[in-house]
Ligand binder design. Sequence first.
Ligand SMILES: [Cu+2]
Length: 504
Amino acid sequence: MKTHWLSRLLRTAGLLAFVSTLGVEVLSAQTTMPPIGTPLSEPPEARTPLVLRAVNDPTSGRGAFSFEGREVPPVIRVSPGQKLRITYLNRMQVSSGEVCVDGPCRNMTNLHFHGLHVSPESPQDDVLSMMAMPGESLHYTVDIPLDQPSGLYWYHTHPHGESYQQDLDGMSGAIVVEGIERYVPRLRGLKEQILILRDAELHQGDEATKRLEASVDIPRTICGEAPGAPGRIFTVNGTVRPRIAIAPGEKQFWRIVNASPDLYADLMIDSEDMTLVALDGMPLGYHNPDHPTESVRHVLLAPAGRLEAIVTGPAFGAKASLRSLCVNTGPDGDPNPAMVIADLDPAGRQDTSTRSKQSVADSQKTIYRPLSSHAIQELEKHDAAFVVNFTEDKKGFYINDKKYTPSDDPMVTVKTGNYVRWRVVNRTHEIHPFHIHQVHFLVYGKNGSLIRDPKWMDTVNLDPGQSLDLLMDFTDPIIRGISVFHCHLLKHEDKGMMAKIRFE
Ligand SMILES: [Cu+2]
């Protein structure tokens, strides 16, 4: 987990190599991180078509997305039924200064559109055959279906063996599929805040780390069973602990993506419950038209998870923060302490220009896909059609005793057109988030018992020893071809906790 000394050495070496090849791609150096308490910055927005570059930051050597000349990944806004066109240029260095699981990173890259119900074949959400080496380019044309649930999705790179480092470096961004106001009309006119959680690395023993830990109020006592000191804290849109302007009593629509490769966020606002509107991009109302919102105290967001909720500004003088509670990652896990993520600022100045965004999707028909409890009961009568076992040992991470390699055949073949029951079992001593590309699933059973309030997700956490029963939505005939499911702790994915699935 900790940055290896070799990594730092190679990073420096890579930087020198890059300096000697300057002129290939002109870059502006990434500015240093803004101080604590800086107002939340809003990422730039992009609409299709767009050009995204993968580059190495000239100062740190880290991988980064460059958009319109700045190293700030855009929020991509699309409407259901649109084609998302992205030209993705790999302008990273040939020799990397960073270390991936099998040695120096090769700086190969591609894009995954996490949560979108689109084809896994080129030129769409294909992370297997689409791969750009430095100097190469990829051209994505992704058909967003008309019935894509309106909500928050995200894009990130997905080259097997290098996903972790690129994601940790911040090669990710949010995607908004517009039209969620159709499910919850009172969202219209609310100020929207998009919060992208990424990581700042801690290096134990140095003064800067002590200051960073103190600045986000990490308790001195160890939480959970994982040994050692924490290796990360969260940033929001690139800042440690920003202030978010929200007037007393004001309602805002917060859309939060956990883009960290391995930190969990158990999110809570200390002054109030949040009104949950969507999880993992799926509006609650999409399957449950009678209950489009739900009051929640805290929500666990595994790496890759998203939460969309209405938040109310605290009274003047009241202190309120968005914080993550301690997550017990298990005895073999990594420390995931409680920390403050952002402060709510009732006196903050607001930019009112971003309120009430109108989109084509507002006038589209609202699609509902309720699944009756009778239908669910019928599906529950059958045994699981497929069982995913997560295991690990000192040599690697496995699904059903198999360590992934790119030349693998699919581990499982499914016929599209049906809901199918799967079971996922965690046979390790640490937590793992299960994710499958292109598909949402209903998490309806835990350790053999029914969950009272099942939720549709695309990434779900499993505690050590736990089994979850999932109703996989394989009904969409668009999803044909070979795709993957994996642990979304990306270091585990890089080390083999992934498998292929063939959709027929
Ligand atoms: Cu894992």
